[in-house]
Ligand binder design. Structure first.
Ligand code: MCF
Ligand code: ZN
Length: 328
């Protein structure tokens, strides 16, 4: 058996970012929207750098206009994830893209997503949980509306609150209100940091937002004191090596710091981030890591134990997922 065949847990996946280009093209066709600038000649997503990626992401997402679109998207995503051996997934859902921050509209999007996820669980044996997400460059006011949506629907399917987007804009601390509101509602927290923002943004995330997990966090490798802090606080990194390579943080998998971080005692997990944008899948991430660092079945099984531990779902769900990991 190849390590790529192992069952997998994925903790860092953006819902719209997981949309296959053909799926978005089909919706654009149905809604008569011109998205030609979003795609390359060979049919992939076209972007040149991080900031451009963010705007192409938003342009592609503009054709997802109602709960039914998100239900279809959820079905497509979970089918693809299950085909890659994923048995549990947490995806980032943004009220900004699902009803514009209105709680009533958000409930409708969420119900559609959940219904599709429940059907996929029966069909493919994959469980999905939602991490409601603020978009950093949309600013603090919008993040408050997102976290209110999160707080109003917390529990069961909605297990966490997080933030992604342009680390070049605002500080983590500017979003303190949103994160506190989500925490108060019992949600667990994660934020993107230490990707383009450098180690300082990881320090800010720990100090100002009190998060349990960090999205990416890989530039912590530049700061030994920060490594100590991550180890002591047992903060888990949602590492997305293929995404980091495509966005130019590291030239290739072999230069990626995931192995060093792990060896230093940091809790690392592996995810795809926005798989079709970065020409990756969970299978491919496993294959590349095995090739770059010689990781064996034992390494990947340990990786999934760390991921299950850091998952935001309840204990019962963890038990179900643990059985799926053991079985294979
Ligand atoms: O992790 C990647 C790159 N770093 C930062 N943010 C994002 C990534 N993929 C998507 N995002 C952001 C983006 O701003 O998350 C938002 C997008 O609008 C969606 S969250 C459902
Ligand atoms: Zn991300």
């Amino acid at each position: 058996m190849s390590v790529a065949d192992l069952p997998k847990i994925e903790l860092h996946l953006h819902h719209e970012g997981a949309a296959p280009p053909e799926f978005i093209k089909q919706l654009a066709h149905e809604k008569k929207v011109d998205l030609s600038k979003v795609f390359t000649a060979d049919g992939g997503y076209a972007f040149e750098n991080f900031v451009h990626f963010l705007s192409v992401y938003e342009a592609a997402s503009s054709v997802l206009t109602g709960p039914e679109d998100f239900a279809r998207l959820t079905t497509a995503i979970l089918e693809a994830s299950a085909a890659n051996g994923v048995v549990y997934s947490e995806s980032f859902l943004s009220p900004d893209f699902c009803g514009g921050g209105d709680v009533g509209a958000w409930r409708e999007y969420l119900a559609a997503i959940q219904e599709a996820a429940e059907a996929a669980e029966v069909k493919h044996g994959i469980t999905l949980r939602g991490v409601v997400t603020a978009v950093r460059h949309f600013g603090a006011e919008k993040s408050k509306a997102s976290s209110l949506c999160a707080a109003e629907t917390a529990g069961g399917f909605v297990t966490g609150f997080g933030m992604g987007g342009d680390e070049g804009q605002f500080t983590q601390g500017d979003f303190g209100y949103a994160f506190a509101q989500a925490k108060e509602a019992g949600l667990q927290l994660t934020t993107h940091a230490g990707e383009f923002g450098g180690p300082e943004s990881v320090w800010d995330a720990i100090r100002d937002l009190n998060v349990e997990r960090i999205g990416h966090g890989v530039r912590a490798i530049e700061d030994p004191e920060l490594i100590k802090e991550l180890v002591e606080r047992e903060i888990t990194l949602e590492v997305c090596p293929g995404s980091n390579v495509v966005l130019g943080l590291f030239p290739d998998f072999a230069s990626h710091p995931i192995q060093k971080l792990r060896d230093l005692g940091v809790k690392v997990t592996v995810s795809t981030d926005d798989p079709p944008f970065f020409h990756t899948t969970m299978r491919r991430e496993y294959e590349e890591l095995a090739k770059a660092f010689g990781w064996t079945e034992e390494d990947f099984r340990a990786l999934n134990v760390t991921a299950l531990d850091a998952a935001f779902c309840d204990g019962e769900t963890k038990k179900t997922v643990a059985k799926r990991l053991e079985r294979a």
